[in-house]
Write a protein that binds this ligand. Structure first.
Ligand SMILES: [Zn+2]
Length: 174
């Protein structure tokens, strides 16, 4: 039994999703407190029972600023719903976005950032190669399904795991 648990930082802001196996270690170590009355899992050992709430918050001293949501290829594909983002001659590509394309190619200094990366199928990615998207657009009429944007932490969490009802107030604030 391993269910997703929402971990908050010491200021009760959404940090990330962890497994209940990891949550039970944090609870047993006295490093977190319950942040929801909703019970997600119960662990039994010969000597004790540990209840794992669906939301837990770190105990801690110093609380830093909210970390920006770091960009990864996996998260770009989640943001783009695993759809190839290219539209060619007015027709959205229907293949899966199994790879990630740099709109401005890395070889030309394009960064690996939320606004320069899009999910792309390997066919479109291969056709585009090292050509900047702006050139594909001007010469061949390529467009994008959606402008690439920085997603909210909540949207990535919602798209990548099944949220528990008890997470809702925290995700709304994230
Ligand atoms: Zn495609």
């Amino acid at each position: 039994m391993n269910v997703p648990i929402l971990l908050l930082d010491a200021a009760w802001r959404v940090d990330r999703v962890i497994t209940s196996d990891r949550a039970v270690e944090l609870i047993a170590g006295g490093r977190v407190v319950a942040a929801s009355e909703e019970l997600a899992a119960v662990y039994h050992s010969p000597s004790t029972t540990i209840e794992v709430p669906s939301v837990i918050a770190r105990l801690g001293g110093i609380v830093g600023p909210v970390r920006g949501l770091s960009c990864s290829h996996r998260r770009v594909r989640i943001r783009d719903q695993f759809e190839c983002q290219f539209v060619i001659a007015g027709v959205p590509c229907r293949r899966r976005g199994d790879s990630v394309d740099h709109l401005q190619p890395r070889s030309l200094g394009g960064p690996s950032s939320w606004t320069n990366l899009v999910a792309a199928c390997t066919t479109c990615n291969g056709m585009k190669g090292d050509t900047p998207f702006a050139t594909m657009s001007a010469r061949h009429g390529w467009a994008l399904r959606r402008e690439p944007h920085v997603p909210s932490l909540a949207s990535i969490i919602l798209a990548s795991t099944r949220p528990q009802p008890g997470w809702e107030p925290y995700l709304r604030a994230a």
